[in-house]
Design a protein around this ligand. Structure first.
Ligand code: ARG
Length: 573
């Protein structure tokens, strides 16, 4: 928050404007070297001097000016090598930051930069008749957090579950069901039965390749609207959605739209026609393609030689629908990194069709692969870990811990669910988005260290302090300065809390919730350091009130981060 003011204050000394300076400001690596650092390396041209000389000259000038300027947030400037470092006026910034957090409450960190911009986020997008497996967690929770972050920045967000409810695998399933459906009991765990059918089909097809032809024919009959094929397909969808709902409920995630791939069935002819009219379509070995060799990419397949449409065809129709019918200005796709080429192709075709916006406003937000205990999973072979099983197991473990630590808690079930699910979500979101994640049971369920439950516990601890100290939110307005919070740890906390709006901005810009996850861990760690060394509820009335103001602000920020990441926060654990 204060960075903006400092950038403005520095404007007159350099040829950069406040915005450029803002972008250059850093935090010194050593806490004792200052609160903010401005690197002078880029000023060498303007000053015709070495950076260290510039830093020294500016430090002197700024110190002279700030002495005369009561409003300055800078206490003193010092040159450290080529850096101009600033020590800030602690009391002023403490009061400004804490009071503004107290006043803004849950709106702290929000902005309106996204006002008037509609963003469609394609997220989760699980496949019908396949399990909601642990790797889908990534798209679901990263997408959910990005949606929350974008909403808080003022964007109009539409969360879309682009269900995989169409494609050749349905041909396999229909064929498999016709052969062996009667052998399976669909009254219990029906998606697991569908998976078993699918796996069996793939196994048998290895011996009898003619089964693949039957599957292709079955899919064709589905595309042609054959009633028996359609009714089987509908049944698979119903079964799957019922199961998925359970998992979404546990994760506390909802969607604004469930338009899956099949929704675009009657919209693909028009896309093909538009491509043809624009001279983009070519026939190659009986298939319709868009040649992308000029862009160093393989062709984008629009229609196979047997007349079937493809994943890419549906994505083209979906993108145009989202832009034209839903009015989305920006299309974001939270989909694994392995689909990078697919999205590059789709975006390029959209652009070639004359959609200039696609070049800048179609964004693939890729993420790494999730391995389980070091192994890649493949649903073709039936190796899956069901997300629901993982969540249930985590909840069990959480329950065990609560039983041990706090057996008298009234709403144990509810809390165990929030903590167990929180552990799984945070374990995923704390990893930089593009990195692969290795899901390891012991780590995911470790409730100490850099985990969701640690953050949730810290939140509960802060809530309890406020309750015991009878903190009154309205009292915050009385403070014009907070002279009692003089320690270095308090100052570190306030500086960190003050950075929250920047963190939000960065997380949004990078489409990366791990920015928020890592930040909230820092906040918890530094606060717990304070907690372990300070008797917060002891002392003079004014002193306690000031400490509680700090506690309340920290709680607001932690609560907000939990919410953004999709974790529940509780007053008591
Ligand atoms: N259902 C696909 C899969 O599991 C992901 C779909 C992503 N969204 C899209 N518009 N292509 O791989």
């Amino acid at each position: 928050m204060y960075r903006q003011q400092i950038a403005e204050q520095l404007e007159k000394y350099t040829s950069f404007n406040a915005e450029q300076i803002y972008g250059l400001l850093e935090i010194p690596k050593e806490e004792t070297h200052g609160d903010v650092a401005f690197p002078c390396f880029q000023l060498a041209k303007q000053f015709r001097k070495a950076p260290a000389g510039i830093a020294a000259e500016l430090a002197e000038q700024i110190n002279r000016d700030t002495q005369a300027n009561e409003n300055s947030l800078i206490d003193r400037a010092v040159a450290v090598g080529g850096y101009l470092n600033f020590f800030l006026k602690r009391e002023r910034i403490m009061a400004d930051t804490l009071i503004s957090i107290a006043t803004m409450g849950d709106r702290y960190g929000d902005s309106d930069v996204g006002q008037g911009v509609k963003v469609a986020i394609d997220m989760s997008s699980v496949n019908i008749a396949k399990p909601f497996a642990i790797h889908h967690l990534r798209s679901t929770m990263i997408g959910n957090a990005i949606a929350n972050i974008y909403k808080s920045q003022g964007y109009h967000v539409i969360k879309i579950n682009h269900l995989g409810d169409w494609g050749t695998s349905f041909g396999k399933l229909i064929a498999a069901y016709r052969y062996w459906g009667g052998e399976y009991d669909f009254s219990e765990n029906p998606v697991r039965q569908l998976l078993a059918l699918y796996v069996r089909f793939n196994q048998e097809a290895e011996q009898k390749p003619e089964l693949e032809d039957e599957a292709r024919a079955a899919f064709k009959s589905l595309e042609d609207g054959d009633p028996e094929a359609v009714s089987l397909w509908k049944r698979f969808i119903e079964i799957s959605l019922n199961e998925f709902e359970k998992t979404y409920r546990l994760l506390n995630v909802d969607f604004d739209s469930y338009k899956g791939e099949s929704f675009y069935n009657d919209k693909m002819d028009a896309v093909e026609e538009e491509l043809r009219q624009k001279g983009l379509l070519q026939t190659s070995e009986g298939a319709e393609i868009v040649d992308l060799s000029a862009f160093d990419m393989p062709p984008c397949l629009i229609r196979k030689s047997d007349g079937a449409t493809l994943y890419a065809t549906r994505d083209l129709a979906a993108a145009l629908y989202r832009h034209r019918e839903m009015g989305a200005d920006r299309l974001v796709y939270v989909v694994g990194a392995e689909q990078k080429l697919h999205f590059r192709q789709v975006f390029k075709v959209l652009e070639l069709m004359g959609n200039g916006w696609a070049a800048t406003d179609c964004i693939h937000v890729p993420f790494g692969t999730m391995f389980v205990d070091g192994q890649r999973l493949s649903s073709r072979k039936g190796q899956v870990v069901f997300l629901e099983d993982v969540l249930r197991k985590a909840i069990e473990v959480a329950k065990g811990i609560i039983e041990e630590k706090n057996p008298d808690l009234p709403n144990k079930e509810e809390i165990a669910e929030a903590v167990g699910v929180g552990a799984i979500i945070f374990n995923d979101l704390k990893n930089s988005r593009v990195n692969d994640v290795n899901f390891v049971w012991d780590e995911a369920l470790n409730f100490d260290g850099e985990t969701g439950p640690y953050v949730q516990y810290t939140y509960a601890r802060l809530s309890s302090l406020l309750r015991k100290g009878q903190y009154e939110p309205q009292s915050a307005a009385r403070f014009s300065e907070v002279s009692g919070l003089t320690g270095d740890v308090e100052w570190l906390i306030v500086k960190l809390l003050g950075r929250f709006p920047d963190i939000m901005e960065r997380a949004a810009e990078q489409y990366d919730p791990s920015v928020v996850a890592k930040y909230v861990i820092d906040v918890c760690q530094i606060f717990n350091r304070y907690y372990n060394t300070t008797r917060i509820l002891d002392g003079e009335k004014q002193e306690i009130e000031e400490k509680l103001l700090l506690v309340a602000a920290t709680r607001t920020v932690i609560g907000k981060c939990l919410h953004l990441l999709g974790l529940r926060s509780m007053e008591t654990i």
